[in-house]
Design a protein around this ligand. Structure first.
Ligand SMILES: Cc1cc2nc3c(=O)[nH]c(=O)nc-3n(C[C@H](O)[C@H](O)[C@H](O)COP(=O)(O)OP(=O)(O)OC[C@H]3O[C@@H](n4cnc5c(N)ncnc54)[C@H](O)[C@@H]3O)c2cc1C
Length: 280
């Protein structure tokens, strides 16, 4: 069994930033446990075209500037490179290829057992495991009978595999919009959302939204509950709205159920039957 002051599980941006800051909070010896072979979090699993919605200058972790022009929106691969470089500079010890299987608390201390059989012990523990390793697909009515392919955004890489097909993208957040915008160029694409998309201009008056949040102090103001209720789900500098429009992406209220060869829409739209039929 290995002992430490603190165990951090996960080396995404949360785990790495936490491990950097913990010495100043009295945890001299931290161990960081990571299931993947190379520390970096969910980023290598994201789709190829993903770019950050936070500019580089607002994407730095403590102690290391994100390189390059601070106003640009870095790509997925730039974030991967940055996080890997950040992990290499960390003074805390990282244990890669160590998948935590169980966490228990006994006599005020934490015991962690990894799938590989190793055990770790510490007085404090931080779980920074994200959610990308366990993508959730809701069990929509009729899904078992649907003969087409159902894919979570975590399993999507690029539009090429969908060329010429009919695809429904379900969701109204950044991932769904970005994926629908690029699929629209090669596939007959419908974007289905539960409520109208909450567009937010990425650069009001020419400055990125993150700049305004910092300038006004709203980034640290206790307004979380207000923000959670705000109808904002997508940040866009205009390119995604334009792409949806130019590619003729059909936008509808979420379907109510699957059929064996398609979905049933909540409402009839002009010029179509009641059923949409995504083909695999
Ligand atoms: C379209 C899109 C755009 C985004 N744009 C931005 C942006 O502009 N700016 C921004 O800051 N964020 C952005 N994000 C969000 C960002 O990607 C996530 O919030 C971030 O990756 C979460 O980091 P994390 O460290 O919490 O988790 P993750 O990155 O998911 O890392 C979790 C780590 O824990 C490890 N782990 C999990 N389970 C175990 C286990 N049992 N044992 C050991 N290790 C384990 C995983 O392997 C992984 O390395 C975006 C996301 C998307 C989808």
């Amino acid at each position: 069994m290995e002992h430490a002051d603190l165990l951090v599980i996960g080396t995404g941006q949360s785990g790495l930033a936490t491990a950097t800051l913990t010495p100043r909070h009295g945890f001299a010896h931290a161990l960081v446990l990571e299931a993947d072979e190379v520390p970096c979090g969910a980023w290598p699993r994201y789709y190829d075209s993903l770019t950050l919605f936070s500019p580089a200058r607002y994407s730095s972790l403590p102690g290391m500037r994100f390189p390059g022009d601070g106003d640009r929106y870095p790509t997925r691969d730039e974030v991967v490179d940055y996080l890997r470089a950040y992990a290499r500079r960390l003074t805390a010890e990282i244990h890669p290829s160590t998948t935590v299987a169980s966490v228990t608390r006994q006599s005020g201390a934490w015991s962690v057992r990894a799938e590989e059989g190793r055990e770790f012990h510490a007085r404090a523990l931080i779980a920074a495991t994200g959610d990308y390793r366990a993508p959730y697909i809701p069990d929509l009515p009729g899904r078992a009978e649907f003969a087409g392919r159902v894919l979570h955004a975590a399993g999507y890489r690029s539009p090429a595999a969908f060329a010429g097909q009919r695809v429904v993208v379900a969701g109204g957040g950044n991932s769904a919009i970005q994926i629908a915008a690029e699929l629209g160029a090669v596939a007959d694409t419908t974007l289905a959302t539960r409520r109208p998309i909450g567009w937010m201009t990425q650069r009001p008056l020419g400055k990125d939204l993150h700049w305004w949040l910092k300038y006004t102090g709203l980034d640290v103001a206790p307004i979380r509950c207000l923000l959670e209720k705000a109808p904002v789900s997508v940040l866009d500098d205009g390119r995604y709205r334009t792409a949806l429009h130019e590619h003729g992406v059909d936008q509808r209220e979420m379907s109510t159920r699957f059929t064996p060869d398609g979905v049933v829409w909540a409402r009839r739209h002009e010029g179509d039957g009641r059923r949409g039929r995504p083909r695999d």
